[in-house]
Design a protein around this ligand. Structure first.
Ligand SMILES: [Zn+2]
Length: 190
């Protein structure tokens, strides 16, 4: 019996690395806006509320529907879940894992997608961006041209959304509060 595992993490999270790859003047402007509290206002003006997916079951159905609609013929997923440890432990916001195992003469693959729990409290557009990213990895392993072409095929606004997600993560990283908290005021959050 052979066991091979391939796993890949998305969006590494050391300070300000969420904005790596963007021009310095853009990064400067984002940090400046954060200092004047303008970042929260900008993000809130673009998105007024969070999506309503609360459970792994709901997330699973959401991902399954998107896979069916946008990535026809892609292999089925054996597990889809929110993961509260993802951001802290792995410095990642989403992961996809493929475990292949030889059983007798058959090669069986189990594919999993995990989404950082912080995406429970974001607009649906942000959740969709990270799901599209992980779904695209079912076809393309590297972050190359073919990968991003597939992402923008699934979500035409992919690059803008990824930028906004990174801006939001930078906001949180610099000590900003969650902008779309569920059901209870910020001071009661544990
Ligand atoms: Zn990735």
């Amino acid at each position: 019996m052979t066991n091979t595992a391939a796993s890949s993490a998305t969006l590494p999270g050391a300070p300000l690395t969420y904005l790596q790859g963007y021009p310095p003047e853009v990064v400067q402007r984002i940090v400046g806006m954060q200092q004047r509290d303008g970042l929260a206002a900008w993000l809130r003006s673009r998105y007024t509320q969070a999506h309503t997916l609360r459970t792994d079951r709901a997330l699973h159905d959401y991902v399954k529907d998107l896979r069916k609609e946008l990535l026809r013929g892609a292999p089925p997923l054996s597990k889809v879940a929110f993961d509260s440890k993802l951001h802290i432990v792995k410095n990642a916001l989403g992961t996809h894992t493929t475990v292949s195992r030889v059983q007798g003469s058959q090669l069986k693959s189990k594919r999993e997608i995990r989404i950082a729990s912080l995406f429970k409290e974001t607009p649906e557009e942000f959740l969709k961006m990270i799901v599209v990213h992980e779904l695209a990895h079912l076809r393309e392993r590297e972050h190359d041209k073919a990968f991003y072409k597939l992402c923008t095929h699934m979500e035409p606004a992919y690059h803008q959304l990824e930028f906004e997600v990174r801006v939001y993560l930078t906001h949180l990283e610099l000590g900003g509060q969650a902008l779309w908290p569920q059901g209870r005021p910020n001071f009661m959050k544990d």
